[in-house]
Write a new protein. Structure first.
Lengths: 261, 190
């Protein structure tokens, strides 16, 4: 049922308990009599519930981040020792991700459908980019550019994705830093739940000659496709990653493939 | 210990009120108080680290949504943190039960899953929530902003109008148009 604005506002007022007693009773009589109206109210209630949940989820994510930051400051490990024992490949990533400040990606963490595994894999690998930034070029890059990148990276780690986007979007690109710029921007859009914006940037960053940056970009690009419901584009990438034994995300890619196929 | 902020609310009633209005400190206390215990419980009940985070998020989400929608009312006899723990615990037991049913395996004797209907309803509600959130991502930036400002951040229309340099009535129309677009992305059988 396509609502007129007057109908929309009436339903809003009803759901906000803003109708007078007489109007409410009259509206409820209409509700009982009209299936279509009842369904429109249910739909609007669902929409409001979903949006309300976004607010709760964001507040929960902030609490989670704060908890992990405090735990780090205490020096209290929040993960079991078994998690960090074999520091090779994928396990290194999982272990590192468990102690690095976790960013605002839990929005996806309670999903139950096919993308759930992709989301969990995403959460597991999303947070550790220290290694990538360690390789950030130190020559032929102006101090100002370098400072901007490191400030953006700091904001990224703190979960201030909008700020990262603001900082990097207008930063002039050069050969030395273009892939870092696209990568960090792409990740920030992805964390900001804007996979459509993330995809072209990660796709460009994938052209980098740096193997580690290439592998990470490839992985997050695949997840961005999954999140954007572009399974047909995600699958070839995931298959390639899952067949490469040297790829740090091989097992995770296999897990995501099992869920989306 | 710094990872566990001091409880600044004198009574559970104050704590409940703070959670109802999404007070950051209340959320932080809830998280820091319940998660370590819940994580330990999951690890001793067939779960992994990832299961702990997953079930914890779902459980708290259900609990906090129930507080905000009035489905959960403060009870004198039950501490809030205990109830929150119970919500998370039941999510995990329900998932465990469903996994055991899929695999035709028996449930461990000590696990009681008698009253899982409410949890299942709550989990189904999370599916609805997820659908709406996915639909939100399909909207253009301007629409998403207006809906998020109004419904998520609870910013009054007047203030949104100021931010956008528009008249309040125009923002009201935009909210209507954007909400209808959002609903258009929801599955029609809902």
């Amino acid at each position: 049922m396509k609502l007129t604005q007057a109908q929309f506002e009436l339903i809003e007022a009803y759901l906000n308990h803003e109708l007078s007693e007489t109007d409410r009773l009259s509206f409820e009589r209409d509700l009982q009599a009209e299936d279509e109206l009842r369904s429109a109210v249910d739909r609007q209630r669902e929409m409001r519930l979903g949006l309300q949940a976004v607010g709760i989820q964001r507040a929960l994510e902030r609490a989670k981040t704060q908890y992990k930051e405090n735990a780090l400051a205490d020096g209290a490990a929040t993960k079991p020792a078994a998690r960090v024992l074999p520091l090779n490949g994928l396990r290194y990533w999982a272990a590192a991700a468990s102690v690095v400040v976790v960013l605002g990606v839990g929005y996806y963490a309670y999903q139950q459908t096919a993308s759930r595994q992709a989301d969990l894999a995403y959460t597991e690998t999303f947070t550790d980019n220290d290694e990538v930034m360690k390789n950030f070029p130190s020559e032929h890059v102006s101090t100002q550019t370098r400072t901007t990148f490191f400030e953006a990276f700091k904001n990224y780690k703190a979960g201030n994705y909008d700020r990262v986007i603001g900082q990097l979007k207008t930063l002039p690109a050069d050969k030395q830093t273009i892939h870092y710029k696209n990568y960090l921007l792409g990740l920030s859009y992805l964390a900001n739940r804007q996979p459509t914006e993330a995809i072209p940037l990660l796709d460009k960053a994938r052209q980098t000659a740096l193997p580690e940056l290439h592998q990470k970009t490839e992985w997050f690009l695949a997840l961005a496709y999954v999140k954007n419901n572009q399974k047909e584009r995600a699958l070839p990438l995931l298959k390639r990653i899952s067949s490469d034994q040297a790829h740090p995300f091989q097992s995770l890619a296999q897990r995501v493939i099992r869920k989306i196929q | 210990m710094a990872s566990r902020p001091l409880l600044i609310y004198k009574t559970d009633h104050e704590f409940y009120e703070a959670l109802s209005r999404r007070d950051e400190r209340a959320y932080q206390f809830l998280y820091a108080d319940v998660f370590p215990r819940f994580r330990h419980w999951i690890l001793t009940n067939s779960g992994s680290e990832m299961d702990a985070e997953d079930a914890f998020q779902k459980g708290l989400m259900n609990f906090l949504l129930n507080i905000e929608t009035g489905k959960y009312q403060l009870q004198e006899s039950a501490r809030i943190t205990t109830v929150a723990f119970e919500y998370c615990k039941r999510v995990w037991l329900t998932e465990l039960k469903s996994a055991r049913m899929r695999n035709h395996g028996p449930m461990p004797d000590h696990i009681d899953t008698a009253d899982s209907a409410d949890v299942v309803n709550d989990l189904e509600r999370l599916d609805v929530v997820k659908t709406v959130q996915q639909a939100l991502q399909q909207l253009k930036e301007d629409c998403r902003k207006v809906l998020e400002w109004f419904y998520v951040d609870e910013i009054p229309l007047r203030e949104i109008a100021e931010r956008l340099g528009m008249k309040e009535e125009s923002v009201k129309s935009k909210r209507y148009q954007c909400a209808e677009k959002l609903k258009g992305f929801l599955p029609s059988n809902r």
